[in-house]
Design a protein. Structure first.
Length: 369
């Protein structure tokens, strides 16, 4: 990729894994997936074709790494696992890697996007610098088990709020969004806008409750796996990652993606039996279940809302290159009995991200309420 601002961005090789692994572990404490900082797992992923880059600086060696998530069938490609050595932060390393992977994605005919942590304004800025547009906050989407305050003291586990940011190569007229939202019941529209506003000020974490539900990644994962066994869901289970971190289960007739160390799940198809999905998730101790629904299916969205799902954000999306781009709404079941409301981290938005999201909310209030 070449040299940018004294930062050399190049493709990672398996041999780099021995340096990448400890850097990721030191730079991203509390990440729920052990494989992210495991040298052997990183080497195997690179050897298997993972699109990973490293950033180096003269005299300092390797100072950052990032991954472009690619799927041959998908129109979108996620820029993810952007990690910078703590000593080298705010020196343009993240921006250089994000911009490099953005160019790579576009050259492959993909639309780059990212889910950026809501407590990392500098990382949000890196994506703003690459032209990404923030569309919404997905509240308490993922867990990080270790948060450090300004004094370096561990504040324990919490659920992270993720900012959905998408490259402007994917743009759908806002008029389409207004029209689709206006086809929804007034109660759903009001809930969406109220939740988008509320995402700026998440509920304060109860440290004791959060720690009880999220003791550490390994214990949390084991507890969910035990619950899966107790519910006798193993016969139809597929271990997607091979290490129990991401599983495909069936709740009734509905396939769900369960992430045990994250205590979360995603429903990729409209549930045939919504109640069974939620009952299963609750029994497994999960804290949140997410479904991204096309706004072209208002009846399905209304069904989800009636089942207790909260509309929390919107995004433009394109599944495959053959599919038409469309607007989606993020529907979220919040399993309060499993500590969801008491396990949320603070949010810290870059001013430009907050400004753009606030402007979108204002537009929605004017057009759909």
């Amino acid at each position: 990729m070449g040299l940018e601002n004294g930062i050399n961005i190049k493709s990672a090789r398996s041999i780099h894994s021995k340096v990448i692994a400890p850097m990721v572990g030191n730079s991203f404490p509390g990440y729920p997936f052990a494989s992210a900082s495991d040298a052997e797992a990183i080497a195997n992923a690179i050897a298997g074709g993972e699109h990973r880059v490293i950033a180096t600086k003269y005299g300092l060696g390797l100072v950052g790494t990032a991954v472009l998530g690619l799927d041959d069938k998908a129109a979108m490609a996620e820029v993810k696992r952007v990690v910078v050595d703590p000593i080298q932060r705010k020196n343009g390393v993240a921006s250089a890697m994000v911009e490099g992977l953005t160019v790579d994605a576009l050259s492959l005919g993909k639309i780059p996007y990212a889910e950026v942590r809501g407590d990392k304004p500098a990382m949000q800025k890196a994506f703003l610098n690459a032209g990404f547009i923030p569309y919404g906050i997905q509240p308490a989407q993922h867990v990080v088990y270790r948060h450090l305050d300004d004094a370096g003291q561990d504040q324990g586990p919490a659920r992270e709020h993720m900012i959905c940011m998408i490259h402007p190569n994917l743009q759908i007229p806002l008029e389409d969004l207004y029209a689709y939202l206006n086809a929804l019941p007034q109660t759903v529209r009001e809930a969406l806008i109220n939740n988008m506003k509320a995402s700026f000020s998440p509920p304060k974490k109860n440290p004791e409750v959060a720690k009880w539900h999220l003791p550490d990644a390994m214990t949390t994962k084991k507890n969910v796996l035990k619950s899966i066994s107790a519910k006798k869901l193993e016969p139809n289970m597929i271990d997607i990652t091979g290490d129990g971190d991401v599983l495909l289960l069936t709740a009734g007739d509905t396939p769900i993606i369960v992430i045990p160390p994250d205590k979360s799940a995603f429903v990729q198809l409209h549930p045939k039996n919504i109640n069974q999905v939620i009952e299963t998730a609750s029994a497994l101790g999960l804290q949140v279940v997410t479904r991204f629904s096309s706004l072209t299916t208002p009846e399905q969205i209304e069904q989800l809302a009636l089942s207790g799902a909260q509309p929390v954000s919107i995004r433009p999306w394109q599944e495959t290159s053959q599919d038409q781009p469309l607007w989606q709404v993020c529907m979220q079941w919040r399993l309060t009995e499993n500590g969801f409301m008491n396990s949320q981290h603070d949010i810290n938005l870059h001013p430009d991200v907050k400004s753009q999201l606030s402007a979108l909310i204002t537009d929605l209030e004017l057009k759909v309420l």
